[in-house]
Design a protein around this ligand. Structure first.
Ligand SMILES: O=C(CO)COP(=O)(O)O
Length: 151
């Protein structure tokens, strides 16, 4: 079975919709010491707010509605992100809802840990696997890639 190794120092993407940003910042502050051991990424606005709150550098993509969700999805597909903490807003439609769906889909395709609620984020962050290499099993897409088309 093919795997991808998520290293001991995780590359964590942090994303929150506007009504959820405060919650994510509170959660990040609460977990500042743990997060300091890992590398942080984020959509533009979320990333800036987390960087200011934690005083830890965050690699920032574009703002979500301007393409940031798509960039994070692409980074997951390329294997350059290990985990997604995404506090999306279940009470308000977003102009870029298709991008959000695409991001969550790619995170599932590549079987990375995803937290879309604060409680799940707590469970993930307190896992001993946060500090170890983890071989993440991925679907074997080789027959899909080699499929014959046009017969
Ligand atoms: O819209 C977002 C995720 O879908 C978040 O984007 P910002 O962090 O730039 O606000």
């Amino acid at each position: 079975m093919p795997t991808r190794t998520l290293g001991a120092r995780k590359r964590i993407a942090l994303v929150a919709h506007d009504n959820k940003k405060q919650e994510l910042i509170e959660w990040a502050l609460h977990n500042k010491t743990i997060l300091a051991k890992h590398r942080l990424y984020g959509t533009g606005t979320t990333g800036t707010m987390i960087e200011n709150a934690l005083d830890q550098s965050v690699n920032k993509f574009l703002s979500g509605p301007l393409g940031g969700d798509q960039q994070i999805g692409a980074a997951i597909a390329e294997g350059s992100l290990d985990m997604l903490i995404f506090f999306w807003d279940p009470m308000e439609a977003q102009p870029h809802d298709p991008d959000i769906k695409a991001l969550l889909r790619l995170a599932s395709v590549w079987n990375i840990p995803i937290a879309t609620t604060r409680s799940t984020a707590d469970f993930i962050l307190t896992s001993h696997l946060m500090n170890e290499d983890y071989d993440c099993i991925i679907v074997d897409f080789s027959s899909y890639i080699k499929r014959v088309i046009g017969h």
